[in-house]
Design a binder for this molecule. Structure first.
Ligand code: HPA
Length: 271
């Protein structure tokens, strides 16, 4: 199978709910050992795409309760190799303005209570997955180039800080994360990227900067502010997905991922 004949996965985060841009769309339920996940399938310029709402229908599942393992396993079951995941984030630097789209190349993990692996011992053994370069640089480059063509405000590379949520950060945390080298902060990037890496996906996070981090703007941060900025930016995100999805995965990939490199995870668990 060459890359363009394989389906692409999109995980839609906060504000990115409606895959109306897909043609010939259909709904599907995918059973996994971790639970059942719903996806919308459809096409854009001949490319089969499966779209999944990370927070479930009607955005009812908060970041710390997302069934990340079921979501990723379902995408694997659908034969997907490339995954683009959107996330709403706060900026940790005044130079990264709301409205910017950032493709992270590193993460810092400050989550606390999440199941962060498929390798839970037993038949699957003890596996320590390399996380030197967690995101697919080939897919990120393609997305960035498409964004440049569309004149979108995009940044290629940056460090995503993952927090447990669902609360926003304190001003001191935002200041600390910035000093540690973080560029943006969000609540869903981890363990998603880790699980994606374990399953061998070419995975990228398209972070949509919805606000300046707590304490950087001078006024308290609200969920309404996040949703308002998302509403203003979601058209750009859709344009970027529509222009890039048909060609994603065609450029040579240096991230070393891919289903042929799956480290022997047992598929016999599939229901
Ligand atoms: N912090 C954490 N998650 C977020 C933010 C934020 O400032 N904005 C959007 N998601």
């Amino acid at each position: 199978m060459n890359a363009s004949s394989t389906p692409v996965g999109v995980i839609g985060g906060t504000g990115v709910y409606d895959p109306a841009w897909l043609t010939e769309s259909f709904e599907r339920e995918v059973e996994t050992p971790y639970g059942t996940t719903r996806v919308t399938g459809g096409h854009t310029e001949g490319r089969l795409v499966y779209f999944m709402n990370r927070h479930g229908a009607g955005h009812r599942v908060p970041p710390h309760r997302v069934n990340y393992r079921a979501n990723l396993w379902a995408l694997r079951k659908l034969g997907i190799r490339v995954v683009v995941a959107t996330t709403a984030v706060g900026s940790l630097r005044r130079t990264i303005a709301p409205g910017t789209l950032l493709l992270a190349d590193q993460f810092l993990d400050f989550t606390k209570n999440r199941i962060g692996t498929f390798y839970d011992g037993g038949d699957d053994g003890v596996v320590h997955t390399d996380m030197t370069s967690p995101y697919c640089s080939g897919v990120a480059h393609t997305l960035f180039e498409c964004g440049q063509t569309l004149s979108l405000p995009m940044i290629l590379g940056g460090t995503y800080v993952a927090t447990e949520g669902p609360r926003f950060e304190s001003s001191a945390e935002v200041a600390l994360f910035g000093r540690l080298g973080g560029d943006v902060v969000g609540m869903t990037g981890v363990p998603e990227v880790v699980l994606a890496r374990e399953l061998g996906f070419c995975y990228v996070t398209l972070s949509i900067v919805t606000n300046l981090g707590a304490g950087l703007s001078g006024s308290p941060l609200t969920h309404e502010e996040v949703l308002g900025l998302m509403a203003a930016t979601v058209g750009s995100v859709r344009d970027l997905l529509v222009s890039s999805l048909p060609v994603l995965g065609e450029a040579p990939c240096s991230c070393g991922a891919g289903p042929d490199r799956l480290p022997g995870l047992s598929t016999s668990k599939d229901p």
